[in-house]
Write a protein that binds this ligand. Structure first.
Ligand code: ZN
Length: 284
């Protein structure tokens, strides 16, 4: 290597080091705000995170056990109802509406993959998008007729978002986005980032089968990240299959309503609307 080439190489190397160093410093300066240096999302009234409690399928124990517990602590939950079960506790569901709980759409006949035995004769693999439109609109009409409220959020049965199979597969997320403020998934592994998340595919984390310490861990993690945690349960009662432990729910209600813990606990509709408004105010 000639002396000139050596000089050029050293100069270029030094320039690169300076540039990389400056970039690293820049990242460090913006680090504490949030990933990528963006502004942190502002929850209302100085809250640090949001929490929604959701329960699916209108399981009878939601009315028989859950409703009194939630009402005791003034916590408003979101119930994604199945219509056959709804009719079995209709008076109870009317009370739930009167207490301010949200009734959400969960389709009319709860189609999931045919790999679940209960759905083999009503499998998403055999559905088309027009059939799914009827599922969504039919359920909203039935809920309106039975309870006098129009659902504004939706929960994907089994958390699944497709119809047909293989090359014919279509997502039905756009149908949900056209009709609802929020579409909620199931058994996801992260809470919602309020700046980034697609409200038509909001994540839902499992609430069933967890003890209080396990569920509190999810809440604390969401608060550290300033996120919206949506918990998803089914039955409410003593530990059993697909059951949210009543003791864990009660302890969580106590924790969530303590202002020192910085949580905004509300329905999926209320929090979804707030996120949408904040984003449109910022032109995003
Ligand atoms: Zn369900």
């Amino acid at each position: 290597m000639s002396r000139k080439a050596l000089y050029l190489g050293v100069t270029l190397g030094l320039c690169c080091a300076l540039f990389l160093g400056a970039e690293a410093l820049g990242q460090q300066a913006s680090g504490p705000t949030a990933a990528g240096g963006r502004e942190p999302f502002r929850w209302p009234a100085g809250k640090r995170a949001a929490l929604s409690l959701t329960f699916d399928d209108a399981r009878l124990s939601q009315i028989d056990t859950g409703l009194a517990l939630l009402d005791k602590y003034g916590i408003r939950a979101t119930f994604y109802v199945s219509l056959d079960n709804l009719e079995k506790r209709l008076e109870g569901w009317k009370r739930a509406v009167a207490s301010g709980h949200e009734i959400g759409n969960h389709s009319r006949t709860h189609p999931c993959t045919g790999n679940y035995e209960f759905s083999l004769k009503n499998a998403l693999e055999d559905y088309t998008l027009p059939m799914m439109e009827k599922e969504l609109d039919g359920a909203s009409a039935d809920i309106q007729r039975l309870l006098g409220v129009t659902p504004v959020t939706f929960a994907y049965p089994c958390g699944q978002k497709f119809v047909r199979r293989g090359r014919e597969v279509k997502s039905y997320v756009p149908l949900v986005a056209e009709r609802f403020i929020v579409g909620r998934g199931y058994l996801d592994e992260a809470a919602n980032d309020p700046v980034f998340c697609d409200l038509a595919q909001a994540t839902g984390r499992g609430f069933d089968d967890l003890n209080y310490e396990q569920v509190k861990k999810l809440v604390v993690q969401a608060r550290e990240q300033g996120r919206w945690l949506i918990l998803v349960g089914h039955e409410i009662g003593a530990p059993a299959f697909q059951t949210t432990h009543a003791a864990a729910l009660e302890a969580l209600c106590q924790y969530a309503r303590d202002p020192a813990n910085g949580l905004w606990v509300d329905t999926v509709a209320a929090i979804g609307k707030y996120i949408r408004e904040q984003r449109s105010a910022k032109g995003k």
